[in-house]
Design a binder for this molecule. Sequence first.
Ligand SMILES: [Zn+2]
Length: 428
Amino acid sequence: MKQITLAFLLIFSSQKIIAQNLNSVITQAEVTRIETTLAADDMMGRKPFTPGIEKAALFIANEFKKNGLQIFNGNQNFIQQFNVVETKLNTIAAKINSTENIEKEKCIIITGQNKINLTSTTGFAVNTIKTDDNFFDKAYSATEIKQNTITLVSKAHLPKFKRLNRLAESPKTDDGFTHIFITTDATEITALQFNAALNVTQKKLQNVIGYLPGKTKPNEYVIFSGHYDHLGTTKPNNAKDSIYNGANDDAAGTTAVIALSKYFAQQKNNARSIIFVAFTAEETGGDGSTYFSQQLNPTDIVAMFNIEMIGTESKWGTNSAFITGYEKSNMSTILQKNLKNSSFKFEPDPYPEQQLFYRSDNKTLAALGVPAHTISTAKMDKEPFYHSVDDELETLNMANMTEIIKAIAISSTSIIAGVDTPTRIPKL
Ligand SMILES: [Zn+2]
């Protein structure tokens, strides 16, 4: 289908002035400038704790400043810094049910503590993962429980332990809870002696946040977000590229957030407050969005537009994108209503089996009841450069991406204006 620009479609509508501003502020040249900078080789794949991501954070902060955004409540500048802990199991001496010794390779501990000494299971909930259970589903949900846990894992799952150990050793926010996984044939604990020592290192992560206070409803927030971190670099393979540029994942979403901030700052008519945020550490589990969400009262947040991978055409072609959790609130209906004069279409997520709603930065706020959805065009069944070093600027359709960003701006109009309020999502 031929690509029709929103400018053309809106020219005879009552939204003529909005469209003119939109087309002069969110231009393909501007979108390309931002995208090119974020996806450049000198950002070295924007991996947390590397100079590359620091450079990206400074660039985004500077864009927010240039666009005239304000610093968000209580932050010192556009950077929201927070601590995470990295833990590594050092030594373990443990025995369960008086007879079975637990060696280091049979135990994984997810914690922020540097010592764990137990003589019973008091204070811990005991779970099991049986041979026929889905190991990763059960293990990941155990790590989410807001309680100390000990999980007895069938020995059949021992080969999968390595991957869980990577999660255990990756830096994370310390929620104060300890989760212990033990591979054993035992299905209950009648006696326990457990002494473990861990090396704990504190590290710093950074979200980048800009803010536009609302003119008439300043205590009601609308969020535009994308994650600016990516996978870093891999070992150079002869002539092969070694940098994960993440042009689509998610320099594209971050570019959209910056472009939208410029547009709304110039509009100067947002009834509700708008928060523009570039999240860190999405690729390693979402520590950035988790920390950000914890600093806000979820009931103050009216809507979240999380933008992930909008650089390629969707499975339906140009002028379309999908919304994860489409049916969980009426936000999609509102967005589509605001787009009635355009040919742009938001579709339901065509890959429900991939659980995308719970795999991006919208998930923490959605779980708290906020209509928080992710907008994407990624062909998750066949996006050839997904998480590859070939996710580069040259593979993106910049004209279409620009139209998507404009469509997001138009679709949000009545929510920004305080006219429409999406229904809440059932809390998890
Ligand atoms: Zn990714």
